[in-house]
Ligand binder design. Structure first.
Ligand code: PBG
Length: 326
């Protein structure tokens, strides 16, 4: 035996009771948010090709999914609309009988979920951009703000508990905050997609939400992933404008950013493990390339880096994952 080895970190890994005792990071279903895609029509329950286990659902088909989420101890959902009609302005986004508005009313009157709504135009515009567009194809910032505010107010009117703007226009948090306050919704929090990079990891989502831009890309409004500094700037701006919760998106390839944002703010920070992250893990697990524990490990890493809230498509199986690997 070597007598010069005084410090032996392995001592505290000796058995699972010790390991559990000193564990720093634990996942709790209460901190998870499950994304749910709602379509128009009825009887729609279509699994997405790139995202096994994730469905397009019409309002009448939501029950099974919501039950699965609830059984996993997840209390919050993030709603995305996949509307039947699209136009240049994306006006079905603020229609009081739009897909999201209908779904919110249904869920709030039948369930006990905290319902968060994604506020954006890309799934509702015929060109697929997150704002309105001029003749040259430029996405117009200030003109879009008013429309986003309308969407947020219509979600609050339908009964949403929280709104989550994901468009990345400058000033949208302040504009939405003002409109919500004026409409009598000063109690409704805003979870801002404050740090949202222009990422290739959104691919499966865009296919799911039919929201890929028909020309150009989102690089004039979503952030350049070569840069970390803008995360601090965007977070500070959204805080000043009245955001209640900040977000970093995507999650796993951006843990450095998540850690920085968490250190720089006193607000809760959400991390969004996006569609591409889920698709890679899920399909990798299904094909036996990695074990199921990789999904759990990825979520632990996101929490360890500083996420208070995790938005994840694994939400509807999180209890099993924690049960098996936690
Ligand atoms: C809408 C929006 C997107 C996502 C969330 N809200 C797509 C995009 O910005 O292109 C991505 C979510 C995911 O990939 O899971 N703007």
């Amino acid at each position: 035996m070597r007598d010069d080895l005084k410090i032996r970190p392995r001592r505290l890994r000796e058995n699972s009771i010790l390991r559990d005792m000193i564990r720093e990071t634990r996942l709790d279903p209460a901190q998870f948010v499950m994304p749910v895609f709602v379509t128009g029509g009825s009887g729609v329950c279509e699994e997405m090709s790139a995202m096994p286990g994730i469905f397009h659902l019409s309002v009448d088909c939501l029950d099974g999914e919501l039950e699965a989420v609830r059984k996993n101890g997840v209390r919050s959902i993030l709603l995305f609309g996949v509307p039947d009609t699209k136009n240049a302005q994306g006006s079905s986004a603020w229609d009081e009988s739009g897909v999201v508005q209908k779904a919110v009313r249904y869920i709030k009157s039948n369930y006990d979920f905290l319902v968060i709504t994604d506020v954006c135009l890309c799934a509702y515009t015929d060109h697929g951009h997150c704002g309105i567009v001029d003749e040259e194809g430029r996405v117009l910032n200030d003109e879009t703000l008013e429309l986003l505010s309308r969407v947020a107010v219509s979600h609050a009117q339908a009964g949403a508990d929280m709104v989550a703007p994901s468009d990345m226009m400058d000033g949208r948090v302040g504009s939405i905050r003002k409109s919500l306050d004026e409409a009598g919704y000063s109690h409704i929090p805003i979870m801002s997609y404050s740090t949202k990079y222009a990422s290739a990891f959104y691919g499966p989502f865009r296919e799911a939400a039919h929201s890929a831009p028909s020309f150009g890309d989102r690089k004039t409004y979503q952030m350049d992933y070569h840069n970390a500094g803008t995360a601090s700037l965007e977070s500070a701006l959204d805080m000043e404008e009245g955001a209640d919760i900040l977000m970093v998106k995507p999650a796993m390839p951006y843990l450095d950013i998540l850690k920085t944002v968490k250190t720089e703010t006193n607000l809760p920070v959400a991390a969004y493990q996006v569609s591409g992250e889920y698709a890679l893990l899920k399909n990798g697990i299904t094909r036996g390339l990695v074990g199921e524990e990789a999904a759990y490990e990825a979520l632990v890493a996101i929490k360890r880096a500083g996420a208070d809230i995790i938005i994840s498509y694994f939400g509807k199986e999180i209890k099993q994952l924690i049960g098996k690997f936690g």
